[in-house]
Design a binder for this molecule. Structure first.
Ligand code: HPA
Length: 235
């Protein structure tokens, strides 16, 4: 047990999928895992462990934003020995060729700041995905026929943004989408010798103002869970 995760050490798998929303962790575990068992409900941040095609996997909510994700990722990596962490979540599209429902596999994650900023001080660390996971996720997405983009994303600290000029710079530099967690996940995985990836569904678009209808959120989220599971266990 840790401060924020009530599971016994053996109740957490080496592979952990991390949606921001704890209810999505519940839905994904009930939909895709065999013998899913609730292993955490501290602060309502639900976590489940079960098997997928015979492989043990935990699906643990991370909460929204890098400070929240940092708490769960730190405890999973340091106290539970997690080796593979895959964020599954949504993002806002930032480029004209990126549409809602598309999937983004994040090669890098830029930030303005992050919980690790104080630690790195003058250094600008470049958070990047694990190559083996990235390649496997792209293969899985292509096999499913999902329209997929691979490239850089922006992990922002704010959803309600008062600095549109920052987004403009990200767009200008080819950044595909904006979310709020991946950069710290990649940084922590690097620090503790683990593998990390973020697989994201484009749920809204900053330029067109389009948004995924609530009725479609579940099915597009399901594609992403399958891509993440295929990537985690691709050998
Ligand atoms: N901004 C930040 N995070 C997000 C967004 C967004 O537009 N959409 C989904 N996650």
């Amino acid at each position: 047990m840790t401060i924020h995760i009530g599971a016994k050490p053996e109740q957490i798998a080496e592979t952990v999928l991390m949606p921001g929303d704890p209810y999505r962790a519940k839905w994904a575990a009930e939909t895709f895992l065999d013998d899913a068992e609730l292993v955490n409900e501290v602060r309502g941040m639900l976590g489940y462990t079960g098997t997928w095609k015979g492989n043990r996997v935990t699906i643990q909510g991370s909460g929204m934003g890098m400070p929240s994700l940092s708490i769960y990722a730190n405890e999973l990596l340091k106290n539970y020995g997690a080796k593979t962490l895959i964020r599954i979540g949504s993002c806002g599209g930032m480029q004209p060729h990126v549409s809602i429902r598309d999937v983004i596999v994040a090669m890098t994650a830029s930030t303005l700041t992050s919980p690790s900023r104080g630690f790195f001080k003058e250094l600008n660390f470049a958070p990047c995905a694990d190559w083996s996971l990235l390649r496997a996720a792209v293969n899985a997405a292509e096999a499913k026929g999902t329209k997929t983009h691979v490239g850089g994303i922006y992990s922002s600290d704010v959803f309600y943004d008062e600095r549109p000029d920052l987004n403009e710079q990200m767009v200008r530099h080819g950044i595909l989408g904006v979310e709020m967690e991946a950069a710290e996940l990649y940084t922590l995985a690097a620090r503790y010798g683990a593998r990390a990836l973020a697989v994201l569904t484009v749920s809204d678009h900053l330029q067109t103002g389009e948004a995924l209808p609530a009725s479609e959120r579940e099915s597009s989220f399901g594609d992403m869970v399958e891509i993440a599971l295929e990537a985690a266990f691709s050998g």
